[in-house]
Ligand binder design. Structure first.
Ligand code: ADP
Length: 218
């Protein structure tokens, strides 16, 4: 698999993707129409260039089709985001990830063949709302409409119980995949592992089952 990444649009979202990939040692080509943005990322990305992604020749001359992953992170300009995706598709880019602004934008992107469509604001809003609604939920990742991975804080009620005592898998149909305790993490805990108050339980399962278990925690 080709590992190189190109990020088009260096706003908050594209910039953060560019920085994270670069910090992880990935080779990133950063493209933006705005010179100031490009200067900002000149020392972060392997290559940073000024360019308009609506100009097919610019993308061609950058050899965009040789990149394994291209991320379209153009924010408010939906038309530019769609046209850029279309050009990338026509040039034969293998894997295109695009940030969508709304449901209509997403529909069009999926029709023209974007491989992955992300909604960072909507998804982060949901995650934060879910953690705000509950004293025990710290974080949450939606796997499907009905399934999630959730970080829950163990309360006093289950302090001192082992996983086998609680019979979590049979009673709730969920799995504890890891327990965070202070600075340690116990991955795939044994059934004999005892839960302590304040432990962070990383739980996977159906939302309804996780909710039932959550009510048992505090
Ligand atoms: P965010 O919401 O992630 O901060 P912004 O809308 O602020 O997104 O940023 C989008 C970036 O995309 C801007 O830096 C803008 O200059 C860049 N951009 C917009 N249109 C083009 C284009 N046609 N080609 C290249 N970069 C573009």
């Amino acid at each position: 698999m080709k590992k190189e990444f190109a990020v088009i649009g260096l706003g908050r979202f594209g910039g953060s993707i560019c920085k994270t990939l670069s910090d992880q040692g990935m080779e990133v080509l950063a493209i933006d129409i705005d010179e100031d943005k490009v200067n900002e990322y000149a020392n972060i990305a392997a290559h940073a260039v000024i360019g308009d992604s609506l100009d097919e020749n610019v993308l061609k001359s950058l050899g965009i089709r040789n990149f394994g992953n291209v991320i379209v992170a153009i924010g408010d300009n939906i038309q530019a985001s769609i046209l850029t995706t279309l050009i990338l598709k026509e040039l034969g880019v293998e894997h295109i990830t695009v940030k969508a602004q709304n449901e209509y934008h997403e529909k069009v992107l999926s029709k023209i063949g974007a491989d992955r469509i992300v909604h960072p604001e909507r998804d982060m809003g949901r995650r934060i709302a879910n953690s705000l609604m509950s004293n025990t939920v710290l974080d949450y990742l939606e796997l499907s409409e009905e399934h999630s991975i959730v970080e829950l804080v163990a309360g006093q009620k289950i302090d001192g119980n082992s996983l086998i005592d609680l019979d979590i898998r049979a009673k709730y149909g969920i799995n504890i995949v890891a327990i965070k305790r202070n600075h340690d993490i116990i991955v795939s805990p044994q059934a004999s592992e005892t839960i302590r108050q304040g432990d962070i339980l990383i739980v996977i399962g159906a939302d309804v089952d996780i909710n039932r278990f959550e009510n048992r925690l505090v």
